[in-house]
Design a protein around this ligand. Structure first.
Ligand SMILES: O=C(O)CCC(=O)C(=O)O
Ligand SMILES: [Fe+2]
Length: 350
């Protein structure tokens, strides 16, 4: 059992177990200011243009921010206060939900939450099964008091944002069936939410809140409390050398915006036309950061393969087909490392 960081302690220095080896520290690959994460206006009156912007952002980053998304300000604010309040609860009340079983919901853990981690990440996390409400509601933490109501309103709202984005993406990619991503089995799984909390860190150069990863699911909608920490990786351009990933870019959403990123399944069903957004979280010396990542995913038995009409004649398939269950098992074992995960699903096209 690893003690959570949010135990009331004020850290004067970074405990040894959180100090990353030099090559994994954030400064070994600092963010560049050359690029910015696109902002997409979901309230615009030209859906074709919005769809184009979503696909363009999906190609370059797998990430974008949305404004005029229709999620009410008070729904976002109540969700954020309930989340922040959870981490202020006495340690034993949070630890009542503690588990190292990655399939348990809800589940409170710190770092990645595996047993015997060698180096710890600077994060506490409450993972909650949210939707369908009938399935999960009775298991939600009873404290803080407003959590359940906040979760219901917020989850319903961000789920519909995610589905709208998927419909626009299908249209932007020119799919015949614009409902293929959003209407069918690809999004028929539960909505699960990571409520992440990164207490202020005395030396952010030594730690990371979350290691670089792509989310395993289809699409993720994220909100944070305004403290900077999320960084997205640009797709490496032509002639930029070896490897897949380009530079890191700060994701610093304007007030009221939501951050959207595609997960591995979106990369698979579009045969790589859009990219899963690789990201990490750095820590802050200034203040505690809270972020909520809502994951929209397929049902576990869903067989993932390219959407009808996506693949051109003669085009090689990047990935073999697989069930989402298999993907999640591999992903969990590899702790989300993009290359290690994809090595198990890539076709050898020579
Ligand atoms: O805290 C963040 O902004 C990132 C969270 C994240 O990547 C996750 O929960 O998967
Ligand atoms: Fe993530």
């Amino acid at each position: 059992m690893t003690e959570p960081l949010s135990n009331g302690a004020v850290y004067q220095s970074v405990p040894e177990s959180y100090v990353l080896p030099e090559h994994q520290r954030p400064r070994s690959s600092p963010p560049s200011s050359a690029a910015a994460i696109p902002v997409v206006d979901l309230g615009g009156d030209d859906p074709d243009r919005t769809a184009e912007q979503i696909v363009a952002a999906g190609k370059e980053f797998g990430f974008f921010q949305v404004i005029n998304h229709g999620v009410a300000e008070d729904v976002m604010a109540s969700m954020m206060s309930a989340a922040e309040e959870f981490f202020r609860l006495p340690t034993d009340e949070k630890m009542a939900h503690y588990s190292t079983d990655s399939t348990k919901l809800p589940r409170f853990h710190t770092s990645v939450g595996k047993e015997q981690e060698k180096v710890l990440y600077w994060r506490d996390c409450l993972k909650i099964g949210c939707y369908p409400f009938e399935e999960f509601r009775h298991r939600w933490p009873e404290k803080p008091a407003g959590l359940g109501a906040a979760l219901e309103a917020y989850t319903a709202a961000v789920r519909s944002v995610a589905l709208r984005v998927l419909r626009l993406a299908a249209s932007g990619l020119g799919l015949e069936d614009e409902a293929h991503f959003e209407g069918g089995e690809l999004t028929a799984g539960p909505v699960v939410m990571n409520v992440n909390h990164y207490v202020a860190c005395p030396d952010p150069s030594l730690t990371l809140g979350i290691a670089p990863h792509c989310d395993p699911n289809v699409v993720t909608v994220l909100m944070d409390n305004g403290v900077r920490g999320l960084q997205a990786r640009r797709r490496r351009g032509e002639g930029e050398g070896e490897g897949e990933g380009g530079g890191w870019v700060d994701v610093d959403p304007p007030p009221g915006a939501l951050v959207v990123n595609f997960g591995h399944q979106m990369e698979a069903v579009t045969n790589g036309r859009v990219r899963a957004g690789e990201h990490r979280a750095v820590t802050s010396a200034r203040a505690a950061r809270t972020s909520l990542a809502a994951f929209v995913m397929p049902a576990m038995g869903y067989v993932v393969s390219p959407a009808p009409g996506v693949v051109a004649e003669g085009e090689a398939l990047l990935f073999r087909s697989y069930t989402y269950q298999e993907f999640v098992s591999v992903y969990t074992a590899a702790t989300g490392d993009r290359d290690a995960v994809l090595a198990r699903f890539r076709n050898n096209n020579g």
